[in-house]
Every structure is written in structure tokens, then in C-alpha cells.
Design a protein. Sequence first.
Length: 424
Amino acid sequence: MTQERGPAAYADETPSLEELTQHLSPQIDELAGVELLVGIPCYNSEGTVANVVLDSGSTDDTVEIGLRASTSGDQDLLLIPRAAPLPKHVSTTLEGIRGKGNALRPLFTIARATGARALACFDSDLRSIRPEWVEHLLGRVLEDGFDHVTPMYLRHKHDGTITNSIAYPLTSALYGTVVRQPIGGDFGFSGTLAKFWAEHEDVWTTEVARFGIDIWMTTSAIADGFRIAQARLGSKIHAPKDPGEHLGPMFRQVVGTIFRLAGPYQHRWQAVDEITTAPSFGFPFVTGTDALAVNVPGLIERFRTGTVEFDDVLRSALAAETLAAVSTIASGTDAPDRFTFPVELWIDVVYDLLVATNAGVVAENRLLAAMIPLYFARTASFVHEAADDDTDAAEARIDSYPRSFLERKSHLRSNWESSNTLAG
């Protein structure tokens, strides 16, 4: 399993399913008869991997530390009897695109070959994971027959900005199923769904091989009719990142995947006019979350300079009224404490750029690069809007966004139809 590399890696060097199965035959033989599988895609995670314990080509001691970790004492897993032998550990590394998706692909392949009933995956930077997480995610598959179980966390209101501003509300509005953490990283899923994913050989040279994997898993599970549930896990305490400093590559990979999936799944989202919430299990947790500082003036400045740098892209990709509103805000950024980028405008931006991506009006990498400054603007605006919100109030604010995206879906439909007409 492998994790981060430049765009030049996008070549047909990824093995076929048959080749990958052959490559993994020692691990498959070792795990023959296993019903539950847990994968932890890692990349240089020696400081946290022992908390969670598939490596992504780490150059530090991640593998050694991870393989030494085990369940014992008060860490006994609820699904595994105390008398049972300790879980088996296997690790493997693949050539090809370094990314989280290609780190999880072997897990899907092993599940397909072994006939495992249920699987889970966990991010390797977690500091708040508990044995109950395994129970909550795998239990819904084993006991209730769900195919894909996504997490529900308590997070600081400034954490998870890609999720809160686009992945959560857009996915909910497009496909009609409200899933609070579609890119949460910690999932439970059935062997049937893992086999379905393993047999999609066409995605492993795309952004799905990297950070696009989580949203691809969730979107395909919803759009292809698998049973979805959510599990309350409490606080997610991990390595949070300032959205202005660390999230550029992740943004492009996640959002690019969402946008591209709208093409093959247009028959699904075009028919959605209502949204329902996926069933959730477990009790709400009241626990602490790590604070996360956001450099708001820095975000606003990068918005201002970005609209100048990508002026040609925005003029090509945004509807005229959307562009005019963005330009008005960008020209009046001298008072950061009064800065606002309304959520309604943000929704129109998202829909316009989704259409532009599928219409091919601008090179996709440049279009997504042009979107990042607008995402910074929306993030800065949210920080101001939610300044006085406690955790519950901020969550209620975020939970209103899927409905707002749904209410403005006519903007997407009309632009999509116009784009297709012009392309035809």
C-alpha cells in the first residue's frame, strides 16, 4: 500500500485485479477462513499507529511499531471472546500511485479472495480511537445487515472544513441520503461491498487511489443501492490541519472525485428531490475536542489573490451572476472582521464548477486550483458566522447545509442541461 506522489505517477502501472490477487497470495493464505478484517492505511505514522494498528511505504518505524501493537487487557475487542487467539497481523506494500486508496485496495482484494463477512478501516493518525469503535462499525454489518457504516463524530467546529462545506452537504443533496461524515476515514463495510469495490479496476489510476477513496466508497455505496448506516463514535481527535496551510492536495482529490462521479451517476442524482437521513446507532457522546486555530486574514488574502490569479478560469467556469457576486466580495476585502461569503453563493459556486468539470471547459487540475481560494473564502466566512456558536449550535448550523444545497439544486440541473446542449 502506498501514499503520496506527484501527478506524473498517474500511469497504467497499477496491477490488475488478477495480478494483485496473485501478489497478495501469501497474505490471502495466511488469512484463509478469517471472517473479520481491519485495515489501517499508514504513511509515516509511527507516533500514532500503536493507537490503531496496511502500510503505505513508510520510511520511519510505522510498520514495526504497528506490528508490535496488539489487543490486551482493557483493550479486548467486544466482538472477540477473551479466549480467542490474538488477531493476525499482515502488512504489504504495493508499487504504483502512493495514496490512501491504493493502501486500501489490498484490503478489498483480500476480502474478495477470503470471503470475509465484514471489514473495517481506520485512519492511522487517530488519538481517540477505542475498542468500541470496532464494535460499533462491524456490529452494524454483522448484526443488522448494513453494507456501509460511516462514522459520526464530535469534532471542533473548525475541523473537517472540506466535509462541512462540501462533501457532507453536496453528497446528501445529490444522492438523497444524509451521511454526516462521508469522508470520515473510519468505516465498516460488508464483504459483499468490499468485493464490489475490488472489482472496479478502472479507478486505481485516478484520485480514488489517493484521498478520493473515502468519498468514492460512500458515493458508490449510496448510488449503487447498498444499505447505509451511521455509527456514533464520540470525539475524533487526530492531527487536525489548518485549512489554509495543509488541505490543498486533499481538497483537489476529494472534490475532484465528487465532481467526476456526478457524470456516471447523473441518472441517480437527477431523480433526487428529497433527502432522508441514514439510520444512526449508538448513544450521543459528550466529550472534549481539540481546539483548532484558523488564520482568517490569511484565508481572505489568499481568496483575494486567487481570484486575480485564476480570473480566466472563473470567467470560463462560473455563471455570470455567480462570477459577479464573487468579484464584488473579492474587491471589498479590506475589513476582515466583516468579511462574508454567503453559503447560498458558495452553493452556486460548487454547482457551477461541478458542471464545468464534467463539461471539460477548463483543464480539471486548473479548475480545482481555482476553486481553492473560494473554499478559503467560505471557510473564513463560516469562522465569523459561527464565532459565538458552541458545539451544538455549530453542528446545527452545518446540518442546515444539505437542505440549502437541495433547495438550490435547480441551479445545478439548469446549468447541467445547458452544458450538455452546448456540448451536443
